[in-house]
Write a protein that binds this ligand. Sequence first.
Ligand code: ACO
Length: 349
Amino acid sequence: IDNGFANTSACDSAITFLDGELGILRYRGIPIEELAEKSNFLETSFLLIHGRLPAQDELEKFEREIKANYRLPQKMDRIFDVLPKATHPMAILSAVTSALSGAYADELDPANPDFVQKNIYRLMGHFPTIAASAFRSARGESVPDPRNEIDYCANFMHLMFSDRKNKDVPKEVVEALHLLLILHADHEQNCSTSTVRLVGSSAANLYSSVSAGVQALWGPLHGGANQAVMEMLEEIHRAGGNVNKAVADAKDKNSSFRLMGFGHRVYKNFDPRAAIIKKACDKVLAKLGIQDPLLDIAKRLEEAALKDSYFVEKKLYPNVDFYSGIIYSALKIPVNMFTVMFALGRLPG
Ligand code: ACO
């Protein structure tokens, strides 16, 4: 028995390298810090999928193909109307992704590389539309027409928030979104990626495999942690901002409370993505002129935990999701959409 497959490898992979002791993360050999600084989400997606950075014309074609798939297949927008209003957007994302297999029923064979390529473009193009539709449908709204002339992340914000007057999304918002999606784009054989591989190993089609991966990502110990972090920070804020009490509760073995956004299966010194996000958090909030008391609580909580022997001995550090929710909130993305944002980022991986 190897609980959690901590010592069992399911495959050899050249996609992502990470060293949990040293806090190193590389996509296809390129350090995450370099991609976070210089790349954008679609270029990083190409890198993950094809194994190398694209030439300019390759990137343009990649973008064109994805943008050509922003619109969902005919009549699929009706699904959003029939689901109960309380349906979590992750359930909607998974259900609609699975249903796409019906729309492309003649081109599903995962052994056919042309079909696989088409289905990659379709998924990358449809995901932002499904995500924004899930958000809008809960408000009784439909998504506006996509805008192909703007960039992928800008179009997503347009689909989410535009009042149909085609106002431009601030540059800072688009840049922050690219950064967050890049940081979430791949992470070895984690729970959701392993789920996609496991389902795919039965020769199930890409839509059903990705749909299962979305379900696996939903849990609070995995992708759902970003939502859980914000709920925890809000709770601490409501109760007067006492971070030491939260640290004490997290150590109490009679309580099931854990510091959400702390600890990682692999990183035992620091999560390099958390370091990048923490810096970005300050920058984005300053640029947007937002003062979020939750950022202050998060920083004080981190400081208190990192001084505490329980957290030090167990090597528990902030992970990627400790600060990501604060940026998402600054971008006006509601808490129940955070894990969907993670899924959007993780899709190319
Ligand atoms: N708060 C308090 N104690 C913790 C925490 C935490 N966040 N994380 C781990 N511990 C303690 C455990 O209680 C356990 O203590 P014990 O040895 O006395 O029993 C010890 O540290 C080891 O914990 P495990 O759960 O065995 O560690 P594992 O490496 O398997 O789990 C995990 C990693 C699931 C991420 C865990 O740290 C956790 O639950 N964190 C909070 C949820 C979270 O932030 N998840 C996001 C992960 S990143 C991502 O998926 C993108």
